[in-house]
Design a protein around this ligand. Sequence first.
Ligand SMILES: [Zn+2]
Length: 305
Amino acid sequence: MHVGIFADMEGSFGIWRMRQCRMGTPEWQYGRECLTKDVNCVIQGAFDGGAQQVTVKDTHEVGFNCIIDKLDRRAHYVGGHFIRPTFFGNIADYDLVLYVAIHAASGTPDAFFPHTHYGIFSEFRVNGKLACEMDIYGAYLGEFGVPVGFVSGEEIAIKQALQVLPWAKSVIVDKRKEAYTSGKESIQYINEGRNRLRETAQTAVREASRMKPLLLPGPLYFEAVFRNEALANTFNTWRFNQTQNMVEWDASNMIEGFEKFNKLTFFPKNRYPFRRPLLFLMRSFYRIKNTYFVPTPNSEGASLT
Ligand SMILES: [Zn+2]
């Protein structure tokens, strides 16, 4: 069995503020260590559950958040975004995806850094329903026949994910500062949490046959509400239907709908013909930058494990 471990960042144990997820900062360098430890526990769990092959797909921002040197060597590592065969690279032979460190949907009140795909939307809906990234990525993977069977992150993010992935196993992660700066208690909380990641990933892989590819019946109607109208005007280079700060489009399935979503967020019309070489250059650049040119970590008083 080939297990894909997808890594976002916001929902890691040890992370309590936005700056720890902002690439290039000393706080992010600390956040990377947290994420890498979480991912290693999920890798271990996947192998314990019966995976023969594990690929870690790093999805936060431009990818390359995990510290590659510190990742479990048994896992193959892939960072950044792709055009073909899919946005997530070659996923054709994945049997299951475990999604680590997720966050809540754009427009979720009181959530930690809530956003859907990109931080420019105040709300994002599919067929009238507030959509989190698991609605989008889960259904995109689903159309390639790949189920998502595990999620970890803050409670509201897990609640949203389980609405569309009711079969998935989950681990809830505290986002309050006190959880990570209270000395021995924090160390115990983090250690127990990471044990849960390992055990829950193991269960998810062992029960892989019960996990279902998520399929949203089409046609699909997407509504992206931008934070303001100026942003919508800037990003809507493909001239999708727009009313003030709301941009909308239709698609017959998620693969098509997600492609249009990426045109809106990542591939403005003038760059579209060059998207493949541009993504290749970005992946190469950030792999080198985030491996060899990194700040000294600032843990800001975290109780380190
Ligand atoms: Zn992220």
